[in-house]
Ligand binder design. Structure first.
Ligand code: ASP
Length: 325
């Protein structure tokens, strides 16, 4: 029988009705009481380091979760984190960078309806997660709606339906079918896990819209070491912002030119509007990485080093299936 640690952080799964709307209120014991079948295949200890709507989750919580798993890594066969769905994809990506090379399953899950509602998806998601975490090697992943998605590849693509998460630019790593795990992608990790202990939160995102005031660049750049510019299509910078890009590069900012198109990723080499800036300003591009991974990878990279060559090397080193290019 596998020994699992259930880490409850809040979210809809643990929410109850209040006068002001749903808010996390249930304890880990109350969650576990709704999945009695789990006792047949695993032993579960539970902790609740925070009890938040995931709207309130920030990088300090990712570091706290990673530290909690590091402390307990030797004691358990796997970890299941109950988390709100709104920022779950960011947390899955952040934990993928903070905890690298883990073979033990570190599963994030949540629900679209509270666990005490009759029509809830929470019981199934929690039971599936416990089952998946009991099934063997895996690393950081998300179990939701029967899908198992690599921690770096998930995005919340639906606000209300039970199949809220999609795997972006990568297949599901497994599925749960009738209580069975059907695995498509084997766990690639080996050896001992490596835990990182720092994130640089001075990372910002600027989404281009036609007509964006040019001084937006200086406004955000004042507050960041790394800037992700979400541009259009496979990627490019409008002529009007070339002086702003020059100023960012002169100021030594790490610049990532990303795309706001959800599928298939960037390729700055295709159009003149991308090609002309990529080499000149030493821009990084995400290729097929998700935005959630790009943001958290940049926080992790800039938390380890500010040296441009090392930043580039780490950014382009694949972690937990985040980058195929
Ligand atoms: N607002 C909730 C949260 O992210 C939504 C959910 O869990 O589904 O905590």
């Amino acid at each position: 029988m596998k020994n699992l640690l259930l880490i409850c952080t809040g979210g809809t799964i643990a929410s109850t009705k209040t006068e002001g709307g749903l808010a996390p209120g249930l304890s880990p014991e109350e969650l576990l009481r709704r999945v009695p079948d789990a006792r047949a295949f695993c032993h579960i200890d539970a902790v609740q380091p925070m009890n938040l709507d995931s709207t309130n989750i920030d990088p300090s919580h990712w570091l706290a979760l990673s530290a909690l798993i590091e402390e307990n890594y030797g004691r358990y066969d796997g970890f299941v984190i109950c988390h709100g769905t709104d920022t779950l994809a960011y947390s899955g990506a952040a934990l993928s960078y903070l905890i690298q090379g883990a073979r033990k399953p570190i599963v994030l899950t949540g629900a679209q309806r509270p666990i005490d509602r009759e029509d809830t998806d929470a019981r199934q998601n929690l039971l599936d997660s416990l089952r998946y975490a009991s099934a063997g090697d895996s690393g950081v992943c998300i179990v939701f709606g029967g899908h198992v998605i690599a921690g770096t590849r998930a995005r919340k693509t639906r606000t209300k339906s039970y199949n809220a998460f999609s795997s972006i630019n990568f297949p599901d790593i497994a599925e749960l079918r009738d209580h069975r795990v059907v695995r498509f992608i084997p766990c690639g990790e080996s050896g001992a896990p490596r835990f990182a202990h720092a994130l640089n939160t001075r990372v910002m995102l600027l989404k281009l819209i036609p007509g964006l005031p040019a001084d937006s660049f200086a406004a955000v750049s004042a507050h960041c070491n790394g800037l992700i510019i979400e541009s259009y299509g496979v990627g490019g910078i409008p002529d009007a912002y070339l002086p702003q890009l020059e100023a960012l590069a002169q100021a030594g900012k790490t610049i990532v030119l990303a795309t706001q198109v959800p599928q298939e990723g960037s390729d700055l080499s295709v159009y003149q509007v991308g090609h002309r800036v990529k080499e000149r300003y030493q821009l990084l591009e995400p290729y097929d990485m998700t935005l959630e991974s790009t943001v958290t990878k940049l926080m992790w990279v800039l938390g380890q080093t500010q040296e441009p060559r090392e930043v580039r090397r780490l950014f382009y080193t694949p972690v937990n299936h985040d980058l195929l290019f």
